[in-house]
Design a protein around this ligand. Structure first.
Ligand SMILES: C[S@@+](CC[C@H](N)C(=O)[O-])C[C@H]1O[C@@H](n2cnc3c(N)ncnc32)[C@H](O)[C@@H]1O
Length: 293
């Protein structure tokens, strides 16, 4: 009964405006009229889950109990669509060009510690970092012991991170992967889990999952060979995108890569990178100072 009552409620312009501003300030995600229906649906679910009577009650709760509600609200509002080997050409490029390049360059310099660092900076439910891990193992498993290989996987949404760290998915999520990849890296569930698969320990061991809002400070100290920033900046406004590109640039090793999603581009920051392929951008070996923002 209560649910039906909420469905009848309309989201007032004032409440919609409040939500848009709140989400933008907290996450960088830009919501506009075209997202009204989506906001309404997700907001309605929150109202039901929180057993409230109106959208304005929830706006009030967000303002009065921000510590309790912020994380919950952000988790509800993010869009987490992803898949294993999404935009496969990025992983093909890593395997064919980037990993061999890293392996050969570091071999030459004996003093340097042999390490590979990759950051999946909006990892959602984990399919992206696990695809990176498969690609690394397929490219260099025999040499793995000589290397310190680490993938950092971060997202603002604590629910998707928990799912990612668990590493359990519906079997259908990997149906399109080659059979040998399925067998090498995923364990089939049994009994009541027979429709599920679990990622193997050797993939899991390469990845550290952490909650990180890209708008906040980044606590990492080292630089990355490759940063994946795919299908996240599309949700941000231009100034936020440009600020982030300046920060990503600083976190990439000279000669390293920044990889964006299919409908994303660097805008004015294109001039600081060279083109490595479809939405693959290379920081020069000798780097310019980048003007922030
Ligand atoms: C559409 S998914 C992209 C997942 C993956 N990178 C891919 O391309 O398949 C976008 C992710 O960005 C995350 N996100 C949105 N705003 C963020 C922010 N300010 N900081 C970190 N992650 C954010 C969302 O939680 C969501 O999981």
């Amino acid at each position: 009964m209560a649910d039906e009552r909420h469905e009848d409620h309309s989201l007032s312009s004032k409440e919609f405006k409040f939500v848009c501003e709140y989400v933008h300030t907290k996450t960088g995600i830009l919501l506009n009229e075209s997202k009204r229906e989506m906001v309404y649906r997700r907001f309605s679910r929150i109202i039901r889950e929180r057993k409230l009577n109106s959208f304005s009650d929830y706006c009030h709760l967000l303002q009065t109990k921000p510590d309790e509600e912020e994380n919950y609200f952000i988790n509800a509002i993010t869009t987490n669509l992803t898949s294993f080997f999404r935009e496969k050409h990025h992983f093909d490029y890593l395997q064919a060009h980037e990993i061999p390049k890293i392996l050969s360059q570091q071999k030459k310099s004996r003093e340097q510690k042999k390490s590979i660092r990759i950051w999946s900076s909006a990892c959602s439910t984990g399919e992206e970092p696990y695809s990176i891990a498969v690609t690394l193992l397929e490219s260099m498993e025999a040499q793995l012991q000589e290397w310190d290989v680490k993938i950092l996987a971060t997202d603002i949404d604590s629910n998707v991170l928990a799912k990612a760290a668990e590493g359990i998915y519906d079997q259908s999520r990997i149906d399109d992967l080659p059979k040998e990849i399925q067998q090498r890296y995923f364990i089939k569930g049994t009994g009541s889990n027979s429709k599920n698969i679990k990622v193997s320990k050797k993939l899991r061991d390469l990845i550290t999952f952490k909650q990180l809002n890209l708008l906040h400070d980044w606590p990492m100290t080292g630089l990355f060979d490759v940063i994946f920033c795919r299908n996240v900046i599309i949700y941000f406004d231009k100034p936020t995108q440009q600020e982030l590109f300046a920060r990503y640039y600083e976190y990439i090793k000279p000669g390293g890569l920044l990889i964006l999603g299919h409908s994303e581009n660097l805008g004015a920051y294109q001039k600081y990178f060279s083109n490595g392929g479809r939405t693959i951008f290379r920081k020069p070996e000798v780097c310019d100072q980048v003007a922030a923002g």
